[in-house]
Design a protein around this ligand. Structure first.
Ligand code: IPM
Ligand code: MN
Length: 353
């Protein structure tokens, strides 16, 4: 196959970890006989510095013309500490999600057996965890209008908006995923307080009869936050609105022991985007210490979801598991054994592919 990938390394460690993801994509393409081309484009702080825009039109064009987008990370302390800054790097990510119509963000939370001891939770709680979190990504309070300040500056407001259609399309993804897994869907909301949450419940109740094999649970978000650490193995697929999903997926990610291992996929109307769950980790940028595994597993998801090439994805996953078993890992998970750098970890995985 001919594969055309848009490469958006972004900020901080994004450049280093996506370089290793590219190595692994190339290795998988050599092994399975595909031709891949990468087109680089600017996003985030790097794009602001070059063009003043965190998601420039040229970047959007590159993304729209690609079969998939491999994304690094976004965010820079230079912009965080400048309250007068009018554009922030994060706006690049929000604009990309919205303009590419990436309405569903998929984050698998599965611990690696060799790293169970690194979880902040007891082994018996984490052992059988296999959660698929699906977060609505282009609606809710992240995008609702109106937002802003009163004239005197003393009142601020954001608006949470959802349409039935926005809820339907992300929940359809969730139902389909549940069918392919353990057929248990948990809808997380705050229907005891929020009107948008009541529309979520109503919409899911309308959809549920079309998926009779799926058991649907409804859970308030505060309770869900507790259950995710109390009994995470009880979840199969979770679907929730944008902001609840932002918070719960960070919470869920640490139960596996390292944020440096978790990939994600964002799918929707146009090109799908694959990115590590971790951020730009600016303190580590350029030091060759960041864990490339989350970016590499994001590339595995790209093969599986964007290209429908599961064997290629599986080969990458197997190589990652081998690197963990062999202890060829970066300092965030090396424990008492000597760590290797980002490059060495990535090259080892590519060589195993
Ligand atoms: C994420 C991030 C983003 C979000 C930020 C960087 C805007 O936290 O992808 O989860 O809040 O969605
Ligand atoms: Mn987040």
């Amino acid at each position: 196959m001919k594969l055309h990938v848009a490469l958006l390394p972004g900020d901080g460690v994004g450049e280093e970890v996506t370089r290793q993801a590219v190595n692994c994509v190339n290795a998988a393409c050599r092994r399975f006989g595909h031709q891949v081309t990468f087109t680089r484009a600017l996003v985030g702080a790097a794009a602001i510095d070059a063009t003043g825009d965190p998601y420039p039109p040229e970047t959007h064009r590159v993304c729209m013309n690609a079969d998939a987008i491999l994304f690094g990370a976004i965010g820079s302390p230079r912009h965080d500490n400048d309250p007068a800054a009018r554009v922030r790097p994060e706006q690049g990510l929000l604009a990309a999600r919205s303009r590419l119509g990436l309405h569903a963000n998929i984050r698998p939370v599965i611990p690696f057996p060799s790293l169970l001891h690194r979880s902040p939770l007891r082994r018996e709680i984490v052992e059988n965890v296999d959660i698929l979190c699906i977060r609505e990504l282009t609606g809710g309070i992240y995008y609702g209008q109106p937002r802003g300040r009163s004239e005197d500056g003393n009142t601020a407001f954001d608006t949470c908006v959802y349409t039935r259609e926005e809820i339907r399309r992300v929940c359809a993804v969730a139902f389909r995923q549940a069918l392919a897994r353990r057929r248990h869907l948990t809808v997380v909301d705050k229907a005891n307080v929020l009107a948008t949450s009541r529309l979520w419940r109503e919409t899911v109740q309308e959809m549920a009869p079309s998926y009779p094999a799926v058991t649907v649970d409804y859970m308030f978000v505060d309770n869900a936050a507790m259950q995710i650490v109390r009994a995470p193995a009880a979840f199969d697929v979770i679907v929730t609105e944008n902001m609840f999903g932002d918070i719960l997926t960070d919470e869920a990610s640490v139960i596996t022991g390292s944020l440096g291992l978790l990939p994600s996929a964002s799918i929707g109307d146009h090109t799908s985007l694959f990115e590590p769950v971790h951020g730009s980790y600016p303190q580590a940028a350029g030091k060759d210490i960041a864990n490339p595994v989350a970016a590499i597993l994001s590339a595995a998801m790209m093969f599986e979801i964007a290209f429908n090439l599961p064997a290629e994805g599986a080969a990458i996953r197997r190589a990652v598991a081998e690197s963990l078993d062999a202890g060829v890992v970066t300092e965030d998970i090396s424990g008492d054994t000597p760590p290797v750098g980002t490059t060495a970890a990535g090259e080892y995985i590519a060589s195993r592919i």
